[in-house]
Design a protein around this ligand. Structure first.
Ligand code: 5GP
Length: 187
């Protein structure tokens, strides 16, 4: 009799300081590999052009806390003064269907995921140095000076977590970084 093997998808977690280019690369890789979008919930305000239910589920603090109480999150963390969280259903339903899942989340969330699921693959994105990071944050013109300062301060702390990750991608070139991430997913 034939043996039926159920393949579960791979859970890949991408983190790195704001401005490291991780979102751009992750979006491109998801498109190329047909990986479904995983939409996080957040209490931060939408930026210009961001759409509720597409970029994030934008929630009030009260609604977010209710979801915490109802145990709806796979992981959540306070990042740059706001809550961000991955909903359980986003992860579990897709993995069970055999689909790969990429979560683009902060370092605290990544470590929670690794604790829950030992075979999750953690990928850290960074720039060559902090100067490049600062230039990118300023050039994208999405955040106020205060937010940029906070994100730079947090970047220094985030970089200390690099050694806890399975892979590090130094994002100098988007195309090369996409290929590196695709190789890691396909390993
Ligand atoms: P941004 O405000 O720039 O969209 O995201 C700020 C930070 O929050 C980024 O480092 C991003 O990876 C992280 N983040 C986004 N979604 C989640 C999530 O669901 N959980 C956690 N822990 N971090 C998240």
């Amino acid at each position: 009799m034939n043996k039926v093997i159920f393949m579960r998808g791979k859970l890949v977690v991408v983190s790195g300081p704001s401005g490291s280019g991780k979102s751009t690369v992750t979006k491109l890789v998801k498109d190329r590999l047909n990986i479904p979008l995983s939409i996080s919930a957040t209490t931060r305000n939408p930026r210009d052009g961001e759409i509720d239910g597409k970029d994030y589920y934008f929630l009030t603090k009260e609604k977010f806390q209710k979801k915490i109480k109802n145990d709806e999150f796979y992981e959540f963390a306070n990042v740059h003064g706001n809550y961000y969280g991955t909903l359980k259903k986003t992860v579990e339903e897709n993995l069970e269907k055999g689909l790969n899942v990429i979560l683009e989340i902060d370092v605290q969330g990544a470590l929670i995921v690794k604790e829950k699921k030992k075979d999750a693959v953690l990928v850290f994105f960074k720039t060559e140095n902090l100067e490049v990071l600062e230039n990118r944050l300023r050039n994208r013109k999405t955040d106020s000076e205060e937010v940029i300062e906070l994100r730079l301060k947090n970047a220094k702390k985030e970089l200390e977590y690099e050694k806890k990750y399975d892979y590090v991608i130094v994002n100098k070139n988007i195309e090369e970084s996409c290929n590196e991430l695709i190789n890691i997913i396909n390993l």
